[in-house]
Design a protein around this ligand. Structure first.
Ligand SMILES: [Zn+2]
Length: 197
């Protein structure tokens, strides 16, 4: 890899006026009585009617050091890092995180998925994109993926606070979702490693 300490020298897609739209999964969490979306891997909360901004968690965990050129100070997403807000090109990749079950007793109410708009700085990869700015575009609430006694319909109603279409789907698994939404034959293929969050 070329050694380059100038963050400005990164290869980026020019700032996008038109967002790209891909698929992703969110946790649904209870925040002091309010239903909110949260990223699955990192504790990023997505507030209603506010764009979510990416930041590099690696920089938080590992402050830049002169010998770690690849982690020099940068804004997210960076083409040389894995930071940024993820969206998958294919539905089957995007709903990977529907597989996991959530520990009872936490503030997690369940998992939903949907289409997300990314804009600003966007880095494209083979299976999707990482963006600097994001907001849900369409939310799907799979029936049977909610916990902690919350009713699917209640969660779907609460998520209308985001001001986008919210649909309830009568499917609980990734495979059922892919079949229901016409994601092609991907539901039958071998499992693939997930996109990072
Ligand atoms: Zn980064």
């Amino acid at each position: 890899m070329a050694v380059d300490s100038e963050a400005d020298a990164e290869i980026r897609v020019p700032d996008l006026v038109e967002p790209v739209v891909g698929w992703r999964v969110w946790l649904v969490v209870d925040r002091v009585g309010e239903v909110r979306l949260r990223s699955v891997v990192y504790p990023t909360l997505w507030e209603p009617r506010v764009e979510t901004l990416a930041e590099c968690v690696h920089l938080k965990r590992h402050p830049p050091r002169s010998w770690r050129v690849g982690f020099s100070n940068h804004s997210a997403p960076s083409s040389r890092c894995d930071c940024g807000i993820y969206a998958a090109r294919e539905l089957a990749d995007g709903v990977h995180y529907l597989r996991a079950s959530d520990a009872p007793g936490a503030d997690v109410l369940g998992r939903v998925f949907g289409r997300v708009s990314l804009w600003g700085s966007v880095v494209e990869s083979e299976r999707g994109w990482r963006g600097s700015h994001a907001y849900p575009e369409h939310l799907y609430v799979p029936r049977g993926r909610t916990t902690n006694g919350r009713d699917t319909d209640d969660i779907a109603l609460a998520l209308t606070a985001y001001g986008v279409s919210v649909e309830i789907l009568d499917c609980a698994t990734r495979e059922e979702v892919v079949r229901a939404l016409g994601g092609g034959s991907n539901g039958d293929r071998a499992p693939e490693p997930p996109l990072a969050e």
